[in-house]
Design a binder for this molecule. Structure first.
Ligand SMILES: Nc1ncnc2c1ncn2[C@@H]1O[C@H](COP(=O)(O)OP(=O)(O)O)[C@@H](O)[C@H]1O
Ligand SMILES: [Mg+2]
Length: 340
């Protein structure tokens, strides 16, 4: 028996559909209930697509996963797949450890050390919080003055885990793109956000007492995102926002497989094995044509992949036609847990 925690709009929509279509016995469980271990007792595995913006999940998802694995249960995402999720600092260590081509990255836990480094290094650099998506916590640092300001803030009051100004700039961008009445009124909401704390802000603690920088890799007007689920790779190109260096969250996706460099696919398939990941997305930028990783993530909004015209297998053979990534995940999961 397979246990699924259902959240509408997440991977579980398709997992449940798959179980129904293929007569896979499953039961719905509630991971937030105190008796979750009891709920899983008669099941062989648990599948739960939890998200970084879910403050409750962030409090205990990893702890639950490790504990269920101790019981011999299969879990999606398992520990290998999820421990570094929404944690760019964790990913820095992981990617260095597996000798991945990570953009040179620097982390400091001491203000003095960070200030000394900032004095000696070159600019621009990229500053990131360890968490966040859609580029909201990623910014360019043009000079020592800007770096010092960020360092003082990081070791002072800290940063909101969710960027308020982002809501406004994203909505302005949306309006510029589609000029609809709805997107015009959304600007108002974005303005409101500048003054009213978001719900997430109340639930997440401030990001402080560390600072994370990466080398800025110039002249990238897109990034490449490759997802690997088991031995399948698929992805897209994402164009940067107008007048910006950041692609993530721009919504400008190109699904043409001919625009995906083969070396990105190779690196992604190889690292997925080394990281022992069930599902992983890699974001690449390019330094004179050489792919460099900026971050990884175990999950993604399923709608991004609807327009992918196919995927590659581990031999880099192209398998054309629409596919459902959530089915790949559940198929692999059921294969690994032969008792279900
Ligand atoms: N070191 C870097 N040099 C140049 N561009 C970068 C660098 N890091 C990130 N970017 C750009 O910024 C975007 C957001 O960065 P990323 O680390 O992927 O954060 P997020 O979690 O918000 O997606 C990327 O899609 C890429 O276009
Ligand atoms: Mg990204």
């Amino acid at each position: 028996m397979l246990a699924i925690h259902h959240r509408s709009g997440s991977f579980s929509d398709k997992w449940i559909e798959y179980c129904i279509l293929n007569k896979v016995p499953y039961k719905l469980v509630d991971c937030y209930r105190s008796d979750i271990v009891e709920q899983i007792k008669n099941c062989d595995g648990l599948m739960w697509h939890w998200a970084h913006y879910d403050h409750k999940a962030v409090l205990f998802a990893r702890q639950l996963i490790y504990s269920l694995e101790k019981m011999g249960k299969k879990v999606f995402p398992n520990a290998h797949t999820s421990w570094h999720y929404d944690d760019k600092v964790g990913q820095k260590y992981l990617l260095e450890a597996v000798a991945a081509p990570l953009v040179p990255s620097y982390v400091f836990y001491d203000k003095r050390e960070a200030l000394d480094w900032a004095k000696k290094t070159t600019y621009p650099k990229v500053f990131k919080l360890r968490g966040g998506a859609g580029s909201q916590n990623v910014q360019i640092v043009l000079n020592l003055l800007a770096a010092n300001k960020l360092i003082n803030k990081a070791f002072g009051g800290g940063f909101n885990a969710f960027n308020r100004r982002y809501f406004l700039t994203e909505r302005l961008g949306q309006f510029r793109r589609d000029k609809t009445v709805t997107s015009f009124f959304n600007i108002g909401k974005g303005l409101g956000r500048l003054f009213i704390p978001t719900k997430q802000e109340k639930y997440f603690s401030r990001e402080r007492n560390y600072i994370y920088f990466q080398e800025f890799i110039p002249e990238n007007n897109f990034d490449i995102r490759i997802n690997v689920i088991g031995n399948r790779a698929f992805g897209f190109k994402r164009m940067v926002r107008q007048g910006d260096f950041r692609a993530s969250g721009s919504g400008k996706l190109i699904h043409d497989p001919n625009q995906i460099p083969i070396d990105c696919l190779q690196i992604a398939l190889d690292l997925s094995v080394r990281i022992q990941s069930q599902s992983i997305a890699f974001d690449f930028v390019f330094n004179s044509g050489k792919p460099l990783l900026v971050e990884v993530s175990y999950c993604f909004p399923p709608r991004f992949y609807l327009l992918c015209p196919g995927y590659w297998n581990e031999r880099l053979e192209w398998i054309g036609g629409p596919f459902t990534p959530e089915y790949f995940i559940i198929k692999d999961f059921l294969m690994q847990s032969d008792t279900i």
